[in-house]
Ligand binder design. Sequence first.
Ligand code: GDP
Ligand code: MG
Length: 163
Amino acid sequence: MKPVIALVGRPNVGKSTLFNRLTQTRDAIVADFAGLTRDRHYGNGRQGRHEFIVIDTGGFEPDAGSGIFKEMAKQTRQAVAEADVVIFVVDAREGVSAQDHDIANELRRLGKPCLLVANKAEGMRDTARLAEFYELGFGEVHGISAAHGQGIRSLVELALEPL
Ligand code: GDP
Ligand code: MG
């Protein structure tokens, strides 16, 4: 069985862009509109010697009460349940948001191994800017750029090594 990686995070942090990068397809819908990828979406990933399954998810909004948001949160919980490891994606440029905290709490409750990743970190020489993400309680934050393909290989190694 190939290991399964779930990409989780609030809308617009770059989950679908990272999915495309990991699977080298353009299947996930990448959009400037928050929350467009509403369904779970599976892909075959390969990085060097590693082969894995990636699950892209829509936004994870545990506190949003109604309709589509509730469904998205449910879909994401199912994706986490199916995963061996979760990549928790945040936005390096926007910093920590209340929604990131909600997701962090939900992920803690679900108890899967998680790797915290700050996307959109291209050209960010000052990694001290990423230090604020420690408050989410997932330890070290790994800066990457899904759009520019930076930090992807070591991210995959970090995610899969403990499995
Ligand atoms: P999702 O809602 O989390 O799936 O986010 P998307 O993958 O749809 O991306 C949301 C927006 O962020 C799009 O405009 C992407 O082009 C942009 N984006 C994704 N990755 C990066 C990145 O590494 N750097 C920058 N600057 N923008 C990115
Ligand atoms: Mg998406």
